[in-house]
Design a protein around this ligand. Structure first.
Ligand code: ADP
Length: 243
């Protein structure tokens, strides 16, 4: 497995907010086609990590490489163009725009000529097909149940043809049935060979989908490896008990 391509290579990543070290020198390598979970107690630095990886926050130290290219100095939209696509913990959709319009925003990568617009529309429709929302493409997003609004966000990220997809708590706020549906969707994404970084609090969900787990506590990496070993790690158990 050592030969498998690393899509995202993170080393020594740090983010300080004044005196607070939200991230304190974290290393992480995400292999192509894997579902890589980033877990840890509340406030351990998970969302900060995704925000620094995607460029929303400027790193205090360390570096982020996407497919071998150093992207640490690039703006979020430049990283997105290179195939780094994400969703947010608090969903960001335009409730008054239609489902298709929302997803098209994610699919716009190749300028605004007619051929580009057609390709964009097709990518958006394919992404809606994938998440099962093509039938409601013409409805305002605000008319959909909350769980389906989360799928709109995922479809938008998918429409960008991601090299890597970062999902910040995709199951947050979902009920039990919706969580099951989300797990099924994540498995289908994984089945298509997508490379995924996922943050979630729901250990049942993580255990179902993750190939690899990195655990943060107080901004530091305390465990990293295959799920069974990581979840049995005494320091990981202690960190969760202390929550
Ligand atoms: P998690 O996602 O694991 O719950 P966060 O990354 O949200 O953790 O937060 C890690 C730490 O950084 C927390 O102590 C949080 O209060 C702090 N933090 C996060 N974002 C900011 C910010 N924009 N300004 C100041 N402190 C922040």
């Amino acid at each position: 497995e050592a030969s498998k391509e690393i899509v995202l290579d993170i080393s020594g990543l740090a983010k300080h907010f004044g005196g607070l070290k939200a991230l304190d020198g974290v290393d992480m390598a995400v292999r192509k086609g894997s579902v890589h979970a980033l877990i840890g107690p509340n406030g351990s630095g998970k969302t900060t990590m995704v925000n620094v990886i995607t460029g929303l926050y400027v790193a205090t130290a360390g570096r982020v490489k996407l497919l071998g290219r150093d992207v640490t100095a690039l703006a979020p939209h430049e990283r997105a163009k290179l195939g780094m696509c994400r969703t947010y913990q608090n969903i960001r959709v335009f409730r008054g725009l239609t489902v298709l319009e929302n997803v098209t925003i994610g699919a716009e990568r190749d300028g605004n000529d007619v051929a580009g617009a057609q390709a964009t529309r097709e990518r958006a429709l394919a992404a809606l097909d994938f998440v099962g929302l093509r039938d409601v493409a013409g409805l305002p997003v605000g008319d959909l149940p909350y769980g389906h609004q989360r799928y709109v966000e995922i479809a938008r990220a998918l429409a960008g043809s991601p090299e890597i997809l970062l999902l910040d708590e995709p199951a947050a706020g979902l009920n039990l049935t919706e969580k099951g549906e989300m797990a099924a969707l994540l498995k289908r994404l994984k089945g298509h060979g997508l490379t995924i970084v996922i943050i979630d609090h729901d250990m049942k969900l993580i255990e179902q989908v993750a190939d690899h787990i990195t655990v943060l506590n107080f901004g530091k990496r305390i465990a990293d490896g295959e799920p069974r070993a990581v979840l049995a790690h005494p320091e990981v158990i202690a960190a969760y008990l202390g929550e």
